[in-house]
Design a protein around this ligand. Structure first.
Ligand code: SF4
Length: 445
């Protein structure tokens, strides 16, 4: 059967903005994050980042205007914006309001758009929740991870269980009607009893959405993701040593039991699974993340951020803040010197064809930051559509399921009870299949 895939680029329906600052680095974290003095205080780089972000927003919007026409006339407004990080709640509410105004002006923003902001629960991290709501944020995603004090300490988090509950109360007072909580399982030394207590506490707090991810302790250096144009930052030696100590304390069987407990408890609490790691009250699913899994086009801003044109092109910004600031800063002197990275190595020659000298760049104006891209061929597109679709409760349609590589993997999975057929000829993972998703998805890939 011929493979039919979407190849043409389309205007984005969603926008991701990466805010790369945290008060402190957690030892397991692989996100693009700058912490400590970069995040707060007299040496903070937040203002320089916001200026560069604003410049990138204008440049990306210019490119979309050229490709698809201006928003409101030829191009549909965005359906969602996601401010992720890092800890976007460290931004002041005025900056968030200004950013959303610029998004509205240059990208268009649907009247009922979902606008999510990630926040950390600590009293000095959760920021001005009422101010964020007034700025136009409609959904809060709280990085709770656990409500057990010992587990939070073991994974190096700064906040307490009480901080999580206080942040949830404050979110309600601020008027948020859509609140999500991020949780981690398979934490070293975790017990099912503490996991159940965490889940019960977030259900008691009345959240509409829970994301529960198994703690992963990868090393992006060994995966080749941390070069000058990579989308990850190098792992610090302390974090690598922490991960090596933590890994033996993880347990796949325990992780499976914890996942089953989450699915049962959250389901009984009115939150249905709609993606492998996400449960929501019906209607409170993350529209933004659904756009990723359904392969809708999305734009992205900020260091390390990934975008997809809805056809065959994925691109990313390099993770390093210095390169980001140097390319986008309208005046020389922001970021590092023009020819050297902070670790002393030469700045890569590739800078999207823009001048590499700081003064020349200032004269030419801001330039798109360094990064990379990949083009997907028909096979890669078909595989990706199947793999992303099978993460979802809605599963994949009969046309996708019938593609050769997909059909063979599904037949294998059916034999072991890992996939199930649902209405309309659609196919999805069974509960057992969700536990062994990598086995099924790996066979398709
Ligand atoms: S708070 Fe979140 S983004 Fe920041 S370092 Fe910790 S895990 Fe990473």
């Amino acid at each position: 059967m011929p493979v039919t895939v979407q190849r043409a680029a389309r205007p984005p329906v969603a926008l991701y903005v990466h805010v790369p600052f945290c008060v402190a680095l957690c030892p397991y974290c692989d996100f693009v994050v700058y912490a400590g003095r970069a995040a707060r205080g007299p040496a903070a780089r937040v203002d320089a980042f916001l200026a560069a972000l604003s410049a990138e927003l204008e440049l990306r919007a210019d490119d979309l205007d050229t490709a698809f026409g201006v928003p409101g006339e030829h191009r549909p407004p965005l359906q969602s914006v996601y401010l992720g990080g890092g800890t976007p709640s460290l931004l002041d509410a005025r900056s968030v309001a200004a950013l959303l105004d610029a998004v509205r002006r240059r990208f268009g923003l649907s009247g009922d758009a979902e606008v999510t902001l990630e926040a950390n629960p600590g009293p000095d991290e959760r920021g001005d929740l009422a101010g964020f709501a007034a700025a136009g944020v409609t959904r809060l995603s709280l990085g709770a991870q656990s409500l057990d004090a010992g587990e939070l300490r073991r994974i190096g988090r700064r906040h307490s269980p009480g901080d999580v509950l206080a942040a949830l109360r404050e979110a309600r007072r601020a008027g948020f009607r859509s609140v999500s909580v991020d949780l981690l399982y398979d934490i070293p030394g975790q017990r099912e009893a503490t996991w159940r207590s965490t889940l019960e506490a977030v259900l008691d707090a009345g959240v509409e959405h829970v994301s529960a991810y198994a703690l992963t302790l990868d090393d992006p250096d060994t995966e080749g993701l941390t070069g000058p144009l990579g989308d990850h930052l190098p792992t610090r030696p302390g974090a690598r040593a922490w991960r090596e100590r933590a890994r033996p304390e993880q347990d796949l069987d325990r992780a499976a039991d914890l996942y089953l407990a989450a699915d049962a408890l959250l389901g009984a609490g009115g939150l249905c699974w709609y993606e492998l790691s996400n449960w929501a009250v019906p209607g409170a699913e993350s529209r933004h993340n659904l756009a990723y899994w359904r392969r809708e086009p999305y734009e992205a801003l900020g260091p390390g951020a990934h975008a997809f044109d809805g056809g065959t092109r994925r691109r990313w910004n390099a993770a390093r803040l210095d390169g980001y600031l140097a390319a986008l800063s309208p005046v020389p002197g922001i970021g590092v010197g023009p020819t050297q990275l902070p670790d002393g190595r030469a700045r890569p020659a590739r800078d999207h064809g823009r001048p590499s000298d700081g003064r020349a760049r200032a004269a030419a104006g801001p330039a798109l930051p360094p990064g990379g891209e990949e083009r997907l061929d028909d096979h890669a597109l078909a595989v990706e559509e199947a793999i992303l679709g099978l993460r979802l409760r809605e599963g994949i349609g009969p046309e996708v399921a019938a593609r050769p590589a997909v059909a063979d993997a599904l037949a294998w999975g059916r034999g072991y009870g890992l996939v199930e057929d649902v209405e309309g000829g659609r196919v999805r993972l069974s509960l057992r299949g969700r536990l062994l998703a990598n086995e099924v998805l790996g066979r398709i890939a």
